[in-house]
Design a protein around this ligand. Structure first.
Ligand SMILES: [Zn+2]
Ligand SMILES: [Zn+2]
Length: 387
């Protein structure tokens, strides 16, 4: 093997590389495959290892992409180059892949890794003999966009990002919520509602999953608000569930009690919306106004702070509410001495409390004790003052 540093005529011509490396055949999980399988195909190298958890997590995304692109008639082949420590690991890993592999040979694979300067796995490298520039981080791109990532170029990636931006900024409900062949949403009892019926309403896009206790708690709050708004203002708003449930069964449990609409579980739009609105945690609520523009991406905070008062959930409405609240605070004394309590009570802002005089819930302004858990409604303080 001394002096192996072969001078490749073309780093992107896989058959020439195989010839130079002495690779005589490829393998699949079923057995040997002749090199002629690569003839005339777009070849992508996939560097991966069975011991690597991110690799294993990525493979379902790649299988989906592989299946979709081949179904579209694209002449694409993926060749797995292993970073496994031994042949058993390699074979185990190959079992999970529907594509081909270079037979296990740790030294040979190491040379491929050096040649393509693979510094982390999983790594996905399309080989374009014409020198087309591919996007750097294809793993994330494929996780985000699936088969739409093809042809994996920087240009394609920028087009996809721009499309997302356009959808986010010029939210056209139909473009945002529909998918090829589907122009409706479903109700909890499986009726279909045309998306066109939502146009002109205030829409809450609700990202939630049943397995998450904070989601279940927020769903109750949101249902309260939804029912109150419907009762007070009529059919002015709608909520659309964008489920991040783990499976269909969980999705069905999740939506069975919800009075609003949902995107069908099998639909990839769910995943697209999470990406478009950069949803990092659930529950999350994005409000879209009657003109189709996003009015707030912080709907969860708005709803849990202000409830139905916050309608129509625009920035200006929230500013007004905050100003009113400040004014209310300015009109109150800074502290108060309650004859029934040994400590001085101070004016304070609290997210939620229970008043120790009337035993009712309260939020925002309260007269609170620094020493013990004792809070009074400002209105109850006035009453105490009078008595
Ligand atoms: Zn009270
Ligand atoms: Zn006290």
């Amino acid at each position: 093997m001394a002096g192996f540093q072969a001078e490749y005529i073309d780093d992107y011509d896989i058959l020439k590389i195989f010839a130079a490396e002495g690779v005589e055949f490829l393998v699949s999980s079923e057995g040997k495959v002749p090199l002629s399988e690569c003839d005339g195909k777009i070849i992508c190298l996939f560097f991966s290892a069975n011991w690597c958890r991110p690799c294993r997590a990525f493979i379902p995304h790649l299988i989906e992409l592989y299946g979709t692109l081949r179904k579209r008639g694209l002449n694409l082949e993926i060749i797995f180059i292993s970073l496994d420590h031994d042949e058993d690991g390699f074979k185990e890993h190959l079992k999970s892949m529907p594509w081909l592999a270079v037979p296990f040979d740790a030294k040979l694979h190491r040379r491929f890794i050096n040649k393509y300067q693979v510094d982390r796995i999983p790594s996905f490298r399309p080989l374009y003999p014409d020198g087309t520039i591919v996007e750097d981080d294809l793993i994330v791109t494929i996780e985000d966009y699936g088969a739409d990532s093809f042809p994996f170029t920087r240009k394609r990636y920028e087009e996809l990002k721009a499309k997302d931006r356009k959808k986010r900024e010029e939210a056209n409900l139909e473009e945002l919520l529909a998918d090829e062949g589907r122009d409706f949403l479903i109700t909890g009892d499986d009726r279909k509602v045309p998306i066109s019926q939502l146009v002109g309403k205030t829409i809450g896009l609700y990202f939630c999953a049943y397995w998450s206790p904070p989601c279940r708690a927020f769903t109750i709050q949101l249902m309260d608000l939804y029912n109150n708004l419907k009762a007070a203002k009529g059919d002015c708003c709608e909520v659309v569930l964008i489920s991040t449930d783990r499976d269909l069964k969980e999705f069905n449990v999740n939506r069975s009690n919800m009075p609003w609409l949902a995107i069908p579980y099998e639909d990839k739009t769910r995943h697209d919306l999470c990406r478009i609105f950069d949803i990092k945690g659930i529950p999350a609520l994005v409000f879209v106004g009657p003109d189709g523009k996003v009015t707030s991406t912080n709907g969860k905070f708005i709803v849990s702070s202000y409830g139905a008062e916050a309608f129509p959930f625009t920035e200006s409405r929230i500013r007004d509410l905050e100003a009113a609240l400040r004014k209310e605070g300015e009109a109150l004394p800074q502290q108060f001495e309650d004859v029934k309590h040994e400590h001085v009570l101070k004016l304070d802002m609290a997210k939620a409390y229970v008043c120790d005089s009337c035993k009712e819930k309260g939020k925002f302004w309260a007269f609170s004790c620094d020493v013990c858990d004792y809070d009074l409604h400002p209105s109850c303080v006035e009453k105490v003052n009078k008595d």
